[in-house]
Design a protein around this ligand. Sequence first.
Ligand code: HEC
Ligand code: HEC
Ligand code: HEC
Ligand code: HEC
Ligand code: HEC
Ligand code: HEC
Ligand code: HEC
Ligand code: HEC
Ligand code: HEC
Ligand code: HEC
Length: 327
Amino acid sequence: MEKEGPDRQLANHTLKGNGAAPMRRPGLRSCRILVLGASLLCATTLAAAAPQDKSNAPAAKMAPATDYVGAEVCATCHEAEGKDFPTNPHSKMVLMHGSNGVTCENCHGPGRAHVEGGGDVTKIFNPGKGAPKQVDQTCLGCHAGAHPDFERSPHAKAGVGCASCHSIHHSEVKEQLLKVAQPGLCFGCHADTRASFSMPFHHQVPEGLIKCSDCHDVHGTFEKSNLRSRNDSNLICTKCHTEMRGPFVYEHTPVKAEGCMGCHTPHGSQNARLLNMPSINMLCNQCHSPVASATIHGQGAGSSELAPCTSCHTYIHGSNMNVAFLR
Ligand code: HEC
Ligand code: HEC
Ligand code: HEC
Ligand code: HEC
Ligand code: HEC
Ligand code: HEC
Ligand code: HEC
Ligand code: HEC
Ligand code: HEC
Ligand code: HEC
């Protein structure tokens, strides 16, 4: 088993080709530069997406700097949000602004009118009440680089937005700002998937050993089922099951042709080893004619009453020693 190191995210991003330079957060680079260069540009992208602005005009429409009041002012009335904010990853935005502190307003839009109205709720954007698309635009204003495929993901298309899974002020997992930790977060909507992880043989996701996001990137990918993008689809599995990765001197054709899913189910199964057939011999005989096998193995061999094929063909995923995967 390969250790799940902290650089896994980096590997994903690099594979996706989001910039050649190894950066931990490639998605934020553009915003960082924007923020440093023209301190309110990110914020104004957000302001443009605020509910009052039905035209959904491009970011070019900049709100004047005087429309912003700064986080200290917000905190005078919103004590809870202000108090919790220093532990929020978004508090790093303070540093980017050279401590002029427009953090809150980067997401909520310019707040002066709201403040001067004594907390007029019609003058401030509350993502908690916004339409998913509108909130997504706000977040993607800074995170699109890391999650460029979100808008065409099955989640976005179904109206499941950032705020369905993330909460800025009320998160159970502070690090990733998840509303609820995995897999509970996912099972909340994917009840049928919970059923497959309750089968006798399953990847230990409910037990917390591995996560849904080890195999899926819910922010959208070029693969079906939101599977993480890899240059070789078997890498979804062989990043952990390194012993099956190969290459082998003698490859078993279907491992490369059909992929791991040619013989296994990924979530859970009634069958040992997560096989997609109830017996090993049935699995093999789908492709290897029992009749032909009989001549090689002797009378009757290859029939499902005999010892499992893999009792002899042990290295079924490929071998460097033997053409028939016997050793
Ligand atoms: C003078 C006090 C005051 C200040 C300063 C203030 N707010 Fe408010 N804010 C309020 C009040 C009052 C409400 C309504 C509270 C309620 O309905 O529970 C409110 C509501 C909100 C809401 C929720 C709106 C909704 O639709 O539910 C957000 C978001 C918000 N404020 C953000 C901010 C931000 C960001 C700042 C700083 C730019 C800020 N506020 C500064 C008083 C203030
Ligand atoms: C990264 C974006 C972001 C930043 C930065 C941010 N907020 Fe929010 N805020 C949200 C979202 C999203 C919600 C909806 C509830 C949630 O997701 O927690 C929200 C909700 C609120 C509300 C409504 C009450 C509630 O908790 O639901 C208030 C008030 C508020 N924010 C104030 C602030 C203040 C004050 C700051 C700065 C200290 C701030 N926000 C910074 C995104 C942000
Ligand atoms: C103005 C830019 C900006 C906006 C808008 C913004 N973010 Fe962020 N976000 C950041 C920055 C900067 C960080 C800190 C990155 C870091 O740790 O390197 C961050 C961190 C995060 C993290 C934690 C990342 C991690 O490393 O684990 C999550 C999750 C996140 N943001 C989600 C959201 C969501 C959801 C929204 C919309 C409600 C949003 N952000 C809006 C700039 C932004
Ligand atoms: C279906 C649930 C779901 C939705 C929708 C979702 N996220 Fe996430 N997000 C997660 C989970 C789970 C993680 C942690 C695992 C991972 O990194 O994939 C995460 C991690 C992150 C991170 C930190 C790690 C990274 O890859 O950068 C950021 C930033 C983030 N999400 C932003 C967003 C933004 C912005 C949106 C909306 C455009 C969004 N997310 C929509 C579930 C979701
Ligand atoms: C070991 C890797 C792995 C893990 C962990 C994993 N999945 Fe999957 N998932 C897959 C693969 C591979 C497919 C595609 C199956 C196929 O096409 O035959 C898939 C398909 C799906 C689908 C599409 C419908 C279906 O069932 O085929 C959903 C929804 C899904 N997974 C949700 C989840 C959720 C929720 C979790 C965590 C509770 C999770 N997955 C954990 C690998 C994984
Ligand atoms: C708020 C509800 C909600 C949450 C939370 C949620 N999903 Fe989804 N998910 C959906 C909907 C709706 C779709 C699109 C319709 C469908 O294919 O089921 C979807 C689609 C998917 C698909 C693609 C299915 C396919 O057939 O292509 C995968 C994979 C998936 N979700 C995994 C996850 C994982 C992993 C998590 C947790 C990190 C998660 N989802 C959290 C609602 C949700
Ligand atoms: C994040 C690491 C990880 C990934 C990715 C992963 N696995 Fe696993 N897998 C494990 C661990 C750990 C075990 C052993 C513990 C257990 O029973 O869950 C395991 C066990 C198995 C087993 C043996 C189950 C049994 O009943 O003995 C099979 C078969 C398997 N995985 C296939 C796959 C396939 C196919 C994929 C790709 C869709 C995959 N794995 C992706 C970690 C992973
Ligand atoms: C041609 C069918 C086939 C394909 C394709 C296949 N496997 Fe297997 N796999 C099996 C069989 C059969 C077993 C059970 C072996 C046994 O019980 O002796 C197995 C067992 C396993 C095990 C359990 C550990 C072990 O050594 O018994 C893991 C993990 C595994 N496979 C991972 C993978 C991965 C990862 C891939 C894709 C790279 C893959 N398999 C592709 C047939 C296949
Ligand atoms: C999805 C189809 C498929 C499945 C399932 C499958 N195989 Fe194969 N297998 C092939 C193909 C195709 C070849 C290559 C045949 C060739 O080159 O003549 C092959 C080659 C082999 C060979 C080596 C033949 C040689 O080239 O000397 C052995 C031994 C073998 N398979 C055993 C098994 C066993 C045992 C199982 C069950 C665990 C199994 N196969 C499952 C398709 C499959
Ligand atoms: C008792 C041990 C044993 C069992 C059980 C067994 N095999 Fe074999 N198999 C062999 C041996 C030994 C060879 C000959 C290898 C060689 O030619 O070097 C062979 C050859 C093969 C070949 C052809 C390899 C070639 O040279 O073309 C295939 C395909 C194959 N077996 C499939 C199966 C399948 C499918 C099963 C289960 C239904 C099975 N075997 C069960 C021992 C076994």
